[in-house]
Design a binder for this molecule. Structure first.
Ligand code: ADQ
Length: 465
């Protein structure tokens, strides 16, 4: 079995349970193959220092990290990755900051990663690169002579070709995908956008519905919807921290139904739209008002990118005005918490909630939707209200699917969810859990790596760039 090398911007120590499902799943494969995980250390240093690789042995897995200089961090991470690619890939061209210097920083860091990773590689390694920060990594590695199999997985959506074309340098970026042997997306609609782009803008030749040829290379592309580790999450649900949380919530809200939202504070998650829909629900259903409370947890995220500060202010204002207008002495409709809740407690909150509001404007997948389902009591499960623009909506068809821009439609779904009879809740939950179990994070890992193994490396030593 070949050794697996995972490359991602941030790495997690697989020995720490707080790391989450993805780290756990990757750690399993890394453990089995005595693998290597390479990424940014999370440290920002003065320019002169930032060139060493830090090695750490975490059980059978090797962790290798590099520091970034302030200049590189600003241009690569805050600039191109989160100021250009993140907004445009989430259909928010209006929020993109197309500073000409960013792309150089982005390329510089990808070159740094390639240069530092190359000496650590063995000839039969299989390399799996993750996410939008590292799209050109394979191209940089190939330029240095790397001939190993390299796969790429995009955790966020891929927008349609015309939206991609708004990015200065989009042709360079998309061409770089052809340095991979396999490119994986979250959903079929992302694959369709890829297909359309490469066929129209790059004049790639479709080979068999799964592979495309351009720039002297063949790339395979497909949808590999990411899942959760159901057993791990169920384990967390019935461990003491989550059970304590569940019991506390049940006690405190014994006369009310809980609605829950758990997100990073990000404009893609549709938080103001969700609050407006909840306000609409409260306006339309005075009879249901004091029987429901929305707990919204929004963990701080990328606070040094300006679009995020604006969002924070908008959300605080909305929550304040809803509570001011609808609250009673003994009841506040919204509890908004701008902090990260420890992962071990979340399942308790999910289990105590009757409804989850997962209403992003655009989302690659959204794992909160799947985690909420996995934490429910099968005999008395809650209801998932899910945006049709989350990748998860392609799989979870039995959710109450909503258009988050449609305030009234979402408000109506909230009312339906709160009043849904037990039998219907059970049927929908059972059907969705079948999917969540079948397409779990292990399936995701195995099916991606199997497809990568099938995508034969070709044109050894092909010149690139
Ligand atoms: P994210 O945008 O971070 O991830 P999501 O999938 O919802 O979105 O969450 C990832 C993890 O973070 C989940 O395990 C969730 O429980 C946890 N989480 C989210 N908000 C939290 C909070 N407030 N407090 C504590 N934990 C929280 C990106 C893409 C997604 C894609 C994932 C995985 O944007 O579309 O599903 O990667 O591929």
């Amino acid at each position: 079995m070949s050794r697996l090398v995972v490359v991602s911007n941030r790495i997690a120590d697989p020995r720490q349970t707080a790391a989450g499902g993805l780290a756990v799943a990757l750690a399993e494969v890394l453990n089995n193959t005595g693998g290597l995980w390479f990424g940014w250390s999370g440290k920002i240093v003065d320019d002169a220092e930032g060139d060493d690789v830090h090695m750490l042995q975490a059980g059978p897995v090797k962790l290798a990290t590099v520091d970034l200089s302030h200049v590189d961090h600003d241009a690569f991470y805050l600039g191109y990755s989160n100021g250009v690619l993140w907004p445009v890939f989430h259909y928010r061209v209006d929020l993109a900051d197309f500073d000409a210097g960013y792309i150089n920083g982005y390329r510089r860091v990808n070159q740094l990663f390639a240069r530092k990773l190359l000496p650590l590689l063995r000839p039969d390694d299989v390399i799996w690169v993750h996410d939008y920060h590292l799209i050109p990594l394979a191209a940089e590695l190939r330029a240095l002579g790397c001939t190993q199999q390299i796969g790429f997985f995009l955790h966020i959506p891929l927008p349609p070709p015309l939206m991609l074309a708004a990015i200065p340098g989009h042709d360079w970026l998309m061409r770089a995908l052809f340095a991979y042997d396999l490119v994986g997306f979250q959903s079929q609609s992302d694959v369709d956008h890829f297909t359309k782009y490469v066929e129209t803008e790059a004049h790639a030749q479709p080979l068999d519905g799964q592979r495309w040829r351009a720039f002297g290379r063949t790339v395979r592309a497909g949808a590999f919807p990411i899942g959760i580790d159901v057993d791990e999450f169920t384990g967390l649900t019935y461990a003491s921290e989550a059970v304590e949380m569940y019991e506390r919530m049940k006690r405190e809200y014994s006369r009310r139904k809980l609605l829950v939202g758990v997100d990073r504070l990000d404009y893609s998650k549709g938080l103001p739209q969700r609050m407006r829909a909840f306000r609409e629900f409260l306006t339309r259903h005075p009879e249901l008002r004091s029987s429901a409370t929305l707990i919204q947890i929004a963990s701080p995220s990328r606070e040094n990118v300006s679009a995020y500060t604006d969002l924070l202010r908008e959300l605080e204002t909305l929550c304040g005005s809803i509570n001011g207008n609808f609250g009673e002495l003994d009841w506040m409709p919204v509890r908004y918490i701008h902090r990260t809740v420890p992962r071990a407690r979340l399942p308790g909150l999910y289990r105590a909630s009757r409804v989850a509001l997962v209403t992003p404007l655009r989302d690659g997948m959204n794992l909160v939707a799947k985690e909420f389902l996995a934490a429910q009591d099968e005999a008395d499960p809650g209801v998932l209200v899910l945006s049709r623009f989350a990748g998860a909506a392609e799989q979870l068809k039995e959710a109450l699917l909503v258009n988050p821009y449609d305030t009234e439609g979402t408000a109506a779904a909230i009312q339906l969810a709160l009043q849904m009879p037990l039998e219907e809740r059970r049927d929908r939950h059972q059907a969705m859990m079948r999917t969540v179990r079948q397409y779990d994070v292990h399936w995701w890992c195995e099916s991606f790596l199997a497809a990568l193994a099938e995508a034969q490396p070709e044109e050894k030593g092909t010149s690139w760039l």
